[in-house]
Design a protein around this ligand. Structure first.
Ligand code: UD2
Ligand code: MN
Length: 375
């Protein structure tokens, strides 16, 4: 009897152990499948992430340059890649070759409304052009511009005009995908203004900063009315103005070369720059035109629909009176141009300040010689 009892007890213990083993096995199986399922989920999520959400610098990391174009977030102008924010993005941009900027930039809008009545706030202009760097420099981040363009502006006491110029020109130049820098060359003191000298100084000083290929010399009071008027240099010196409101949307004479002109570095060197000897208003632009034609070059202009300009109305400035010597001087360009220009330029830089939207260079150009010595 006691043996039978012992046998039954042993059998129960064995069953209990078996049951425990079974339960243990089941628990292990459940745990195992749970963990495996999580892994599956993790990998599947990883896979989905990779295929639907591009890496922030995805555009730059494709080897064959066929990256899908960046779509700007709603509400933005849709024209630019986001500005670089840190070393990582800079590195990504600089390491990968960018495609060349298009000949016809797609963001251009064509004819624009230009007016000089609204008040301009430069802080707002800066906010609206966040990718313009210190000193008024801009480099397109989504393509490589063929030319580096220095814009040289002769200046004294025209802050009001400068604000309009910056307000209109920065967005235009950015849409044009230009790689550019803005140089405001200020004549120090109240002596007679010398625009030609300021242009020559701008050329040399800009070249000290960057290896510019193209130089655009612009009055501060001139704004293009169509952004298809590309601020670039061509195989001939360029006059960007084909029609101006000041002249009833015509030009005063066919050889007129004032206002906004552009020459490559080689073209400007070939003509020995501007004359340094035109003190006061007038003539330096006609002399400049003669330099171009006397060296066998021709001036080209854009189509009349594209080359329209507005000039801010203004009175003649003090210390920039008519230069009575100009008529004699412009007859002698052929004789004077080889010894009067970049190769005879004398000046001193008084200071250079880099503002967010432009670089200011204040210079001493010397004094005009007495009238009797000017002939
Ligand atoms: C015409 C020409 C200009 C030049 C000038 C004669 C046009 C559109 N432009 O302009 O290129 O040939 O005649 O010298 O026809 N400036 C100052 N402060 C001054 C004086 C001049 O900043 O006190 C600068 C400023 O950039 C100005 C430029 O020099 O836009 C030309 O002077 P202007 O505007 O008085 O001459 P304007 O309009 O007759
Ligand atoms: Mn003017």
């Amino acid at each position: 009897m006691s043996r039978l009892l012992l046998g039954v007890t042993l059998e129960r213990i064995c069953k209990a152990i078996l049951l425990l083993c079974l339960i243990h096995f089941l628990i292990l199986m459940i745990l195992y499948f749970n963990v495996y399922a999580q892994h599956l989920d993790f990998f599947s999520r990883l896979g989905t992430k990779n295929s639907t959400r591009p890496h922030p610098y995805y555009n730059f990391s494709r080897p064959n340059g066929t990256a899908p174009s960046y779509t700007a977030p709603a509400g933005s102008t849709g024209e630019l890649l986001p500005p670089s924010t840190g070393p990582e993005s800079n590195q990504s941009i600089s390491e990968k070759p960018l495609p060349p900027c298009p000949e016809d930039p797609p963001a251009l809008v064509g004819p624009m409304l230009i007016e000089f009545k609204s008040a301009i706030n430069l802080e707002r202009v800066k906010k609206e052009n966040p990718d313009v760097r210190e000193g008024g420099k801009y480099i397109p981040s989504d393509c490589k511009a063929k030319q580096r363009v220095a814009i040289i502006i002769p200046f004294r006491y025209r802050e009001h005009h400068l604000n309009y110029w910056l307000h209109y020109l920065h967005p235009i130049l950015r849409r044009q995908r230009a790689n550019y820098g803005i140089y405001i060359i200020i004549q120090n003191g109240d002596d007679t203004f010398n625009k030609g000298k300021l242009m020559n100084i701008g050329f040399l000083e800009a070249l000290k900063e960057e290896p510019y290929d193209c130089f655009i010399f612009s009055d501060i009071d001139l704004v293009p009315m169509d952004d298809r008027n590309l601020y670039r240099c061509y195989n001939q010196p360029r006059h960007y103005i084909t029609a101006m409101d000041k002249f009833g949307f015509r030009l005063p004479y066919v050889n007129y070369f004032g206002g906004v002109t552009g020459l490559s570095k080689a073209q400007f060197l070939k003509i020995n720059g501007f004359s340094n000897e035109f003190w006061g208003w007038g003539g330096e632009d006609d002399d400049f035109y003669s330099r171009v034609t006397l060296t066998g070059m021709k001036v080209a202009r854009p189509h009349i629909q594209i080359g329209k300009y507005r000039m801010i109305k203004h009175a003649r400035d003090k210390h920039n009176e008519d230069n009575p010597q100009r008529f004699v001087k412009i007859r002698n360009t052929k004789m004077t141009m080889l010894k009067d220009g970049l190769n005879s330029l004398q000046y001193q830089v008084i200071n250079k300040v880099k503002y967010p939207l432009y670089t200011n260079i204040t210079v001493d150009v010397g004094k005009s010689p007495p009238m009797s010595a000017q002939g």
